[in-house]
Design a protein around this ligand. Sequence first.
Ligand SMILES: [Zn+2]
Length: 305
Amino acid sequence: MLDMAPGPSDMAGGTLLTVAPTGAETAKSDFPPLPVTLEELVDAALACERAGASVIHVHLRDDAAEPTLDVGRARAAVVALRESTDLVVQLSTGGAVGDPEAARLLVLDADPDSASLSCGTVNFGDGVFLNRWPFMVELYRRMQERGIVPEFEIFDLGQIDAMLRLLDRFGPPSGGHVHADLVMGVPGGMPGTAAALIAAASALPAGATFSATGVGRTALPVAFAALAAGGHLRVGCEDTLSFAPGVAVRDNTQLVERAASLAGLAQRPPLSTVEARAMLGVTDRRGARRVAAGEAAAAAGGEQG
Ligand SMILES: [Zn+2]
């Protein structure tokens, strides 16, 4: 498999597509296609992988379809997604606005490939998405210890300085590569404009890569700007429920298909999951497990034989 891994030039030519299928903001009752059960999550993941996604950014819901940070559910989601797909599995440590820090840290116990690390506090509509510096440090260090690759979530320009401070004080992230996600157009954060995207992308350190997502109506301007600036794309029902003025999104797959076609038009087609892992520095825990399972099966077979 490693022989098929692309070189840096190939990866620079492709587009990493992340799907964020659920989020914590939208009620299932308001948007029935939202995946909230494990079965719906896996079905959405499979369809989005076929459409070109290579990373899935996961928020969990409970039996009442409300946001939860329950570690058991997180672990079940990680296992199910690894068994059913080749996607890089990224858990949100943001949870829902107002979730306690202790519960947000425990998400890492689910052993995802990657986890989000929000780089500062931001007004989030009427709420406050609190990310204190000591909490960011704790998240970052735990991810380093456990080999979990962070995705630095950037809601505003100054948060890139906070990310740089983390890197400066505590060294490179697990995997050694810095990848940020510019979350644009949140009411309270940076606007979803080409100018803001260029300002943020220009502030990233040399060698870093970025994805961008524009919330709501900023989805398309941000996607076009990101592709033009050499960036990557995050799409999904976490951020976008309107496909066009007056037209609701059908489901996550539709958004991934649109992103894949934009990437194709930009002559930067979607990266495979193998290429995505190589770019992000994500260890293939899934492969290791399959090898281990295969060896165990062979050993068991040998004993029986
Ligand atoms: Zn999220």
